[in-house]
Design a protein around this ligand. Structure first.
Ligand SMILES: Cc1ncc(COP(=O)(O)O)c(C=O)c1O
Length: 121
């Protein structure tokens, strides 16, 4: 918004995300593009890259859950954030796992921009 990118309406969300993620993005009028997981259940980084590059002009955000819903601090999180930032988007972190975030000093080098605090956190 601060950059005047009011046209950006694409939100990338992984299939393993909590259902409230796509639901809230849809309520905000965003177009949701889902990305899959790899054989270990982590976010498929190549799918993120393809989705981000294919939607570079309209990419608004990637909603991530970190640590992931299956309880893992995904090693690819820095790369995922960089891909999103390189393609004009921001990273929105699901705050449901804030307690786990608090136990880490500052785990993500490519810092997220937005962090929502969940009622259950
Ligand atoms: C990863 C994740 N995101 C979002 C939610 C939704 O949280 P709330 O009901 O507090 O909005 C949950 C709830 O369990 C969750 O586990």
């Amino acid at each position: 918004m601060a950059r005047g990118d009011h046209h950006r309406n694409v939100c990338i969300i992984h299939v393993s995300a909590h259902g409230t993620n796509p639901a809230s993005a849809a309520m905000c009028g965003m177009k949701i593009i889902t990305v899959g997981t790899d054989s270990k259940g982590n976010i498929n980084i190549e799918e993120v890259r393809k989705a981000a590059e294919a939607n570079k002009e309209y990419l608004s955000a990637h909603m991530v859950t970190y640590p992931s819903t299956h309880g893992v601090y995904e090693e690819g999180i820095d790369e995922i954030c960089k891909i999103i930032h390189d393609n004009g988007g921001e990273v929105y972190m699901d705050g449901a796992n804030m307690n786990a975030q608090e136990s880490q000093s500052y785990p993500i080098k490519e810092a997220s921009i937005i962090f929502q605090f969940s009622s259950g956190a």
